[in-house]
Design a protein around this ligand. Structure first.
Ligand code: PRX
Length: 638
């Protein structure tokens, strides 16, 4: 069994690709027929990249949850929609069939309505990886509220910034979240964030860890109590709100090269079609298979490939609360055997981390159910690719290396399982609908088959970012002005003679730490907030497990007696302002930074020093004070 819009051979891929580029409207018109619409579109596509303004399926009406839930109730009511594995191996797992998930989503939609949430309102979701997180996301979508999920590792200050930016008046959270041996106090973080956000009207708190929390009268309510109220009201259904194709579905904040994270906005119809199309085609998903994406729903990967992609396909999505190394480094492999997982989608950083434990944790694990493997988030190095292929896939499972971004909504460049070949560390071919181009340093497109430069995309695809919330100009200048009429990805890439793309990494000041995007400016802003710090510069350096580590050069005021203590204080400051994920791996105190005469920090030099280079630092003659470089080299490692 397969899907009508599923590609089943290389020849079909070639035809689909050609049609999608030459006749995008006809191509997506056919694909979109495989969804449930309240009203059909008037026009498939309208676009210009100058404003930018992109409209997919204009005039159509729909609700994404009718596509993710209701339409499966006829044939798949008892098919597992979500399988949930808890952090603790002793706790019983949960399985929610489509019927049960539909019921729970309707129920919670009514809770949201009872609490005053209306279509268009922004709802912030800050929860651990429990099924109620997926339920909350879908309930927002059902009533037309715009969800903005914030990853559980972000700090109170980060949450406050996002709440203010989105003017979100409603929050859904948990008392705490279990992650490995720890219980993280999520509600406490929300409480701290809310000191700066008096406009928040309601916080709905799910019980998970049952650690003590403060519940403020009139503002905070328990999830379970609110569900009981709905039960007594007696109407278990909640009719889905009719949405315009281009109504916002969600906001997801992501880092850029400037200070503040931006709210990437995705809309209902295009995102749905793209998440679904890329899910079934990249992984060659077959109905009935168990799909295990190890990402957190707080990131785009979780949005598209735990929630919307698999559910819109009537698939079975496995959601894991914990971490790969708890209670031991065999946890993923146990989960795969326990639920007979067919497709595993994880990140290179997780693979490298598990590799470091050797083959011991794989002893006694079958992994026979696996058919397809996937990676996402950063370039995968060849060593990790081969380890994954040999020890997890047993050389029988294709590995899809999926390149994409928060802004693209779904996979853009990847081989397709069993359809197009995988090459170690090469993302390979564009998905249908994607026309990549490589630009040289003069801003010209390189038209020769083999090319190396900055990666842009020429035509809109259904899942393209529509705006950055509250600041459309920022969307325009970030993505659409570097190269006129092109979407600029911020990544570098090479293309081989037969059209395979290899992603070489970010070309802007954005780091990729364990597959998470972190702007250097954001980390610098946080470090500079620490009393005593005069100036700082942050760069990335190659890190065995995380892919990239964070290296901070800091000019500190006179009188720092104990550098180690100051380092700890700075780390604490970064944790408070952004979250533990942004803590530098190395802090080097310096008395000056290499700057040009116009005052610009020469990051190129700092990057080389962080990478361990001592000789070939490039041209330093344009520096205001070349002596600074020597001093930094001397001070390294102290
Ligand atoms: O640099 C690319 C890298 O991750 C960036 C996007 O990060 P984010 O928006 O957080 O989304 C991550 C999950 C989709 C890209 O600009 N990246 C992502 N996947 C790959 C990758 N780099 C190389 N190969 C990949 N497969």
């Amino acid at each position: 069994m397969s899907y009508p819009h599923q590609i089943s051979s290389r020849a079909q891929y070639d035809i689909a690709y050609k049609t999608s580029i030459e006749h995008p409207e006809a191509f997506w018109d056919t694909v979109a027929k495989n969804f449930t619409w309240r009203k059909k579109w008037d026009k498939v596509l309208d676009w210009n990249f100058t404003e930018p303004k992109v409209t997919w399926f204009g005039g159509a009406k729909l609700n994404i949850t009718e596509n993710c839930l209701d339409r499966h109730l006829i044939a798949n009511a008892n098919t597992p929609a979500l399988i949930w594995e808890s952090n603790d191996t002793e706790e019983h797992h949960r399985i929610l069939t489509y019927k049960e998930l539909h019921f729970k989503v309707c129920q919670f939609s009514n809770v949201l309505k009872n609490n005053g949430v209306k279509k268009g309102d922004r709802v912030c979701i800050y929860m651990g990886m429990v099924p109620e997180l997926a339920i909350a996301v879908l309930a927002c979508a059902r009533i037309g509220a715009v969800h903005s999920v914030i990853f559980g590792g972000f700090s109170a200050q980060s949450i406050a910034d996002r709440l203010q930016d989105a003017h979100a008046e409603f929050i859904i959270t948990c008392d705490g979240a279990f992650r490995g041996a720890k219980a993280i106090a999520l509600k406490e973080v929300i409480d701290d964030a809310l000191i700066a956000c008096p406009f928040v009207k309601r916080t709905i708190v799910l019980t998970r860890t049952r650690q003590p929390v403060s519940m403020i009268k009139g503002r905070d309510v328990w999830w379970e109590d609110e569900v009981k109220k709905v039960e007594t009201q007696g109407n278990p259904d909640c009719k889905a709100e009719e949405m315009d194709a281009e109504d916002p579905l969600f906001i997801l904040y992501t880092s850029g090269s400037t200070g503040k994270p931006k709210g990437v906005v995705h809309t209902c119809a295009g995102y749905m079609v793209w998440a679904n199309y890329t899910f079934i085609n990249t992984f060659n998903y077959r109905p009935g298979e168990v799909f295990f994406c190890t990402a957190d729903i707080g990131w785009i990967t979780g949005h598209s490939y735990i929630v919307y992609g698999p559910l819109s396909a009537g698939g079975t999505s496995l959601m894991f609360e914990g971490i790969p190394t708890f209670p031991n480094a065999g946890r993923f492999w146990d989960i795969i055997d326990k639920y007979q997982v067919n497709i595993l989608y994880t990140a290179p950083t997780a693979i490298r981390s598990l590799m470091s434990f050797g083959l011991g944790p794989l002893q006694g694990k079958s992994l026979e159910s696996l058919r397809v493997l996937g990676t996402v988030g950063e370039p995968i190095n060849e060593e990790a690719w081969h380890w994954y292929n040999e020890n997890i896939g047993k050389k029988k499972c294709p590995i899809v290396d999926t390149w994409w971004q928060t802004e693209t909504g779904g996979v853009m460049i990847s081989n397709m399982a069993d359809i197009t070949p995988g090459i170690p560390s090469v993302a390979s071919l564009p998905m249908p609908g994607i026309l990549p181009v490589i630009m040289d340093e003069k801003g010209e497109e390189i038209t020769t088959p083999e090319a190396s430069g900055n990666l842009c995309i020429k035509q809109p695809w259904p899942g393209i970012i529509r705006t950055t919330y509250g600041d459309h100009e920022r969307c325009r200048t970030t993505y659409f002005t570097a190269y006129p009429n092109l979407y600029f990805t911020g990544d570098g890439a090479t293309r081989d003679a037969i059209g395979n793309y290899r992603i070489t990494g970010r070309v802007d000041d954005v780091l990729n730490v364990s597959g998470h995007r972190i702007g250097t400016a954001e980390v610098e802003n946080a470090i500079n907030m620490h009393a005593g710090v005069i100036e700082s510069a942050v760069v990335g350096f190659p890190h065995d497990i995380k892919g990239q580590g964070i290296y901070a050069y800091v000019i500190y005021a006179e009188g720092a007696h104990d550098h180690n203590l100051v380092r700890q204080d700075i780390l604490q400051t970064v944790s408070r302002l952004i979250g533990a994920i942004a803590k530098p791996d190395t802090i080097q105190f310096v008395s000056g930074l290499p700057k040009t005469r116009s005052g610009k920090i020469m990051r190129r030099i700092l990057r080389k020093i962080a990478e361990g280079e001592t000789q070939n630092l490039g041209d330093t003659t344009t520096l205001l004070d070349p002596g600074v470089v020597e001093e930094i080299l001397q001070g390294k490692g102290k």
